[in-house]
Design a protein around this ligand. Structure first.
Ligand code: ADP
Length: 739
């Protein structure tokens, strides 16, 4: 029989033990001894020895294993003074790891991305004016003093920031401090975000908009989970409406937080401004184009509950919100929500799970909702509200099709005479045009006219794309690039390498030749490297300073160009080629988005699509605007094939440099696949891009009935075969890319 003493001792020992999860590719948390004085709560950040070093991890909410003798356990070195991750965050991370089948530690790492954010940063020294004039005044010193702030409301800046802002050296600032004109003050390197002004009035909503806003706010007031789609054409005011829901969520109480996810970094600046105007306070931004200091600030302020509204890219979902009450997923259909590197996940689907598990509503917004979402609505899992028309009676653009067989461009040109005439007319009327081609560079294929050799990447089975501005050949899958050779590497013929097909740069060349007096802009992620350059072109376009913009999908989404009245799609068929199961759906979404840029101002807009298959259902649907008929036909096709959302898919990719080992591993994996009711394993097959970055790649596709737990099936199967060290195995649940 256990003596009470012993029982007590065991309980104490158990209380001192905690599980710690590290942000490393680990499937589980490890046991540690907590400090005597205080066992840290689950979610606490701790530093603990792991292998040869100390690593910052998180106390994980699982009971410790008391069968391990205490003397075998290492002790936690330090409990970090930072707010612990909330139970809802821990629960979400655990669920996301199970769903995506990635290691729990890798998923935790996404929450700890801001590096050392959990540790409070060192206070910095800032400089504030004392009011005394320096003994000697120079223009440089005056500049610094002006910037340092005449009034007390100006936050003190560091010497480096002040000097940079004034365009002087740090020495000038230090000299002023020495002379007594500036004094050193301690400043918080992570200033808090202003609280949104929830009393600020929104715009006066139309009747439809008010109805939609009320519908979105209902689950917010009720404090329950529901996923709701706001379905409205581009320009109908979806953003205005969901910002009302954000206000309603934040008004519930002072700690409530909300997150708006947007798909494109290029969109963030104008969008942040818009949100700032609505709430008289800048929201906290989160995206990959931020400095590490800016990230740390957002991370810490979110963790402390002092950033109440975050606008971010997909990874913002993993921020340490202590009290998240609403997520909005804008442009929910956008593929940019699918993260393909590292932990593979779909941010929309994870956002819905986050809300469902924590009991708060999730709002999806789109003019072209995904079939997944439409089926969820049809089957009653999600709700929907519609905004049937553009705000202020702005008309939808008129969409026409140009059959490229009947109206072909002249030899060597890419714009058909019909489209060119429309651009002519627009130029004469002083209106803006957008020529859209979703292909970067000058030409997608470079071919030797003499021997037929195609220029491919040296370490990948991919075509090199000519970029004429830089005179380079570039691989769009890996970023590899080389100077364009003067001679064919196969037959040595000089000057024989010829570009085939158009990219945006080539269309821009044609436009410059046709319309020499027009102001022409070219926009793709590489003609305008960096988010800043992209923003500049976009704001020039919005200001009406560009007559013809030639652009890839960077310009397709969300932008408001009031003077744009004509959109010409140079190759509407592009996204259909080599199509995967979502090719038509994606084409519809992209072209509806890009044509929706036209006519958002006072003048009506029109769009023309150049296609070789004008009879295809997707183009007919765009022309007639009958989205629902198109979706119904798509749904029928998917249902028949058992594809998502009517069936489940998981992709398994094996890759490695040692080809025989790779093929053996693929065979062994195939042989170990258990028979499962309602599950079919397809493959292994060579991936469409078989060699990438020097590695060979084999694929499996697991296709299951919708009621099958595909993760359980994979859990039963995959551990049966140990991969050789030269082979990497990657699981992609709900794959969107099949290359
Ligand atoms: P969507 O998000 O559906 O594309 P937006 O919310 O961007 O539409 O609205 C399109 C344009 O109409 C924006 O410039 C927006 O400010 C304006 N707008 C929409 N609703 C209103 C309203 N109720 N009052 C004033 N302006 C509005």
């Amino acid at each position: 029989m256990n003596s009470p003493m012993k029982f007590d001792f065991q309980e104490k020992a158990a209380a001192r033990r905690v599980k710690v999860l590290f942000p490393l590719p680990l499937f589980k948390a490890y046991d540690y001894l907590a400090p005597f004085e205080a066992a840290p709560a689950p979610g606490s950040f701790v530093r603990a020895p792991f292998g040869p070093r100390e690593v910052v991890g998180v106390v994980w909410p699982e009971p410790a294993d008391i069968s391990v003798p205490a003397e075998k356990l290492k002790a936690i070195a330090e409990v970090i003074d930072a707010p612990p991750l909330a139970p809802a965050v821990l629960d979400f991370l655990a669920w996301a790891a199970r769903y995506t089948m990635f290691p729990l530690g890798s998923v935790l790492r996404m929450t700890m991305r801001a590096g050392d954010a959990a540790s409070a940063p060192k206070a910095q020294t800032g400089y504030a004016p004392t009011g005394d004039a320096p003994a000697r005044m120079t223009p440089q010193r005056q500049k610094v003093l002006d910037l340092a702030g005449a009034d007390a409301a100006t936050a003190p800046m560091t010497a480096a920031d002040l000097a940079a802002a004034a365009g002087v050296s740090d020495g000038v600032v230090r000299g002023l401090a020495k002379s007594g004109a500036l004094r050193a003050v301690e400043i918080d390197p992570d200033p808090p975000f202003d609280a949104p002004d929830l009393a600020a009035p929104g715009p006066h909503l139309s009747e439809d908009q008010q109805y939609a806003a009320d519908a979105l706010s209902e689950p917010i007031h009720a404090g329950r989970h529901q996923t709701l789609l706001i379905d409205g054409v581009t320009g109908s005011g979806k953003t205005e409406v969901y910002l009302e829901a954000v206000a309603a969520a934040l008004r519930r109480d002072e700690t409530a937080q909300a997150l708006i996810l947007i798909p494109e970094i290029a969109l963030t600046v104008p969008f942040l401004k818009r949100v700032e105007e609505r709430f008289n306070a800048a929201p906290a931004p989160w995206h990959s184009d931020m400095t590490s200091a800016a990230r740390r600030r957002v991370w810490r302020r979110v963790a402390e509950g002092q950033a109440r509204l975050v606008v971010g890219a997909r990874s913002a979902l993993f921020l340490p919100f202590p009290d998240l009450r609403l997520i909005v997923v804008d442009e929910e259909h956008d593929n940019a929500y699918k993260q393909e590197d590292g932990v593979i996940y779909h941010a929309r689907d994870l956002a819905v799970a986050r809300g469902a598990r924590a009991g708060f509503p999730v709002i999806l917004a789109s003019a072209t909702p995904s079939l997944e979402t439409v089926v969820n609505i049809d089957e009653g899992r999600y709700g929907a509200v519609g905004l049937p028309s553009r705000f202020a009676d702005a008309a939808m653009p008129d969409i026409g099709l140009i059959g490229m067989r009947e109206d072909p461009p002249d030899a060597g040109a890419w714009l058909s005479p019909v489209l060119a005439r429309e651009v002519d007319a627009n130029l004469s009327a002083g209106e803006q045009s957008l020529l859209f081609l979703n292909r970067r560079g000058y030409a997608p294929l470079t071919l030797c006219r003499r021997c037929g050799h195609k220029m491919t990447a040296p370490d990948s089975d991919t075509m090199l794309v000519e970029h004429r501005f830089e005179n380079r050949l570039v691989c769009h899958h890996t970023g590899f690039s080389m100077e364009k050779p003067a001679a064919c590497p196969n037959c040595n013929a000089v000057g024989s390498l010829a570009p085939c097909g158009p990219g945006v740069e080539r269309v821009a060349e044609e436009a410059a030749a046709r319309w020499p007096d027009a102001a022409i802009g070219v926009l793709s992620s590489d003609t305008a490297p960096g988010a800043r350059a992209v923003r500049e072109i976009l704001s020039d376009m919005a200001a009406g300073d560009i007559d013809i913009l030639i652009a890839t999908q960077v310009a397709a989404k969300g932008h408001h160009f009031p003077g744009l009245t004509l959109v010409g799609v140079v190759d509407a068929d592009l996204g259909l080629a080599g199509g995967d199961l979502r090719a038509a759906e994606r084409t519809y979404q992209l072209l509806a988005q890009v044509t929706g840029r036209a006519g958002r101002g006072e003048k009506p807009g029109r769009a023309l699509l150049q296609t070789y298959q004008p009879e295809a259902a997707v183009f007919q649907a765009l022309k007639t605007g009958d989205r629902n008929a198109f979706l119904a036909a798509e749904a029928e096709g998917r249902k028949r094939a058992g594809f998502p959302p009517y069936g489940r898919l998981a992709a398994i990719l094996l890759r490695g440099r040692n080809e025989p080992a790779l093929h053996d591993a693929a065979k062994a994996l195939r042989a170990a696949a258990p028979a499962g009711d309602g599950v079919a394993v397809l493959g292994p097959a060579r991936a469409p891009i078989y060699r990438l970055r020097g590695e060979a790649r084999m694929r499996f596709l697991v296709k299951a009935r919708r009621d099958v737990n595909i993760q359980a099936y994979l859990d039963d199967w995959l551990p049966k075969v140990k991969m050789p060290s030269s082979v990497r195995r990657v699981v992609d649940i709900d794959p969107y890319s099949f290359l």
